[in-house]
Write a protein that binds this ligand. Sequence first.
Ligand code: CP
Length: 317
Amino acid sequence: MERKDLLDIESLAVEEIHEILNTAAPFKEIFTRSVKRVPSLRGKTVVNVFFEPSTRTRTSFELAAKRLSADVVNISTDRSSLVKGESLVDTFDTLLAMKADLFVMRHSSAGAPHFIAERIPVPVLNAGDGAHSHPTQALLDAFTIREHHGRLEGLEVAIIGDITFSRVARSNIWALTKLGAKVRVSGPATLLPKGLERMGVTICRTVEEAIEGADVVYMLRIQKERQGSHLFPTIREYYQLFGLNAERLKLAKPDAIVMHPGPINRGVEISDDIADGPQSRIHDQVTNGVAVRMAVLFLLATQQKKPSLDEALAATE
Ligand code: CP
């Protein structure tokens, strides 16, 4: 992989996606060691700048960087000088002057990480920008599917819920179709964007149609923070029409897995018994997120002088 930044999935070549997934697999094995740390990024400084709330992504990037022995700084934007009126560019220039080696950035505006990446010389990793992209989420999802099914090619993946406002849906559609999976989507008509078919997905009229025979059932979070007006009548009706319960899951293949990017709205997108049930891979997604983020940090931060993966994995600190 030879690129400065990771900003979206659409610009990634299939070979680059495979390289990331193949790099993440041995990094995941480090989690079973008594010392879960390798020295690959010793001396590097990773700065997490999150302008939106996050539990999984921010913690997972922090842990990933620490497991690679990087120094990590987390910027809380509500406590930074941004609140005094400092611009986005001046904020990043200031952090750059302190010799940051790589930025991880989440922002509510689509394109904000691209804007910064064009202006600074060090790698920028998009940790979610508006409704546009969440590339590491799609990569960890692809890793999780491949881990269970052994492949992505030819799998039937149902993505259900709020497609319009979901950067996870958009990134997953790009990643899964590039990797040869067949994607079907279903959700309230008000939450299915126009022109979705052009992304190579099949639109299903009902959630049952989408789940029938699926290898993966991927439930999306209702993005209340991005929806302006009421786009469906009530939460109760949403759950009745689009929520995943045991009866609906029986329509999928017997070895189908259930996924959700989190945070979950229990009883809205998914019932408790399914979220916590044997087919759920929601916790695996979180675990794999650390391994996949180790892989992208390693690949982007060692562009100039990349140690071999064997060298990177050999030593513990
Ligand atoms: N999936 C995801 O992005 O979760 P967080 O908002 O908690 O990071």
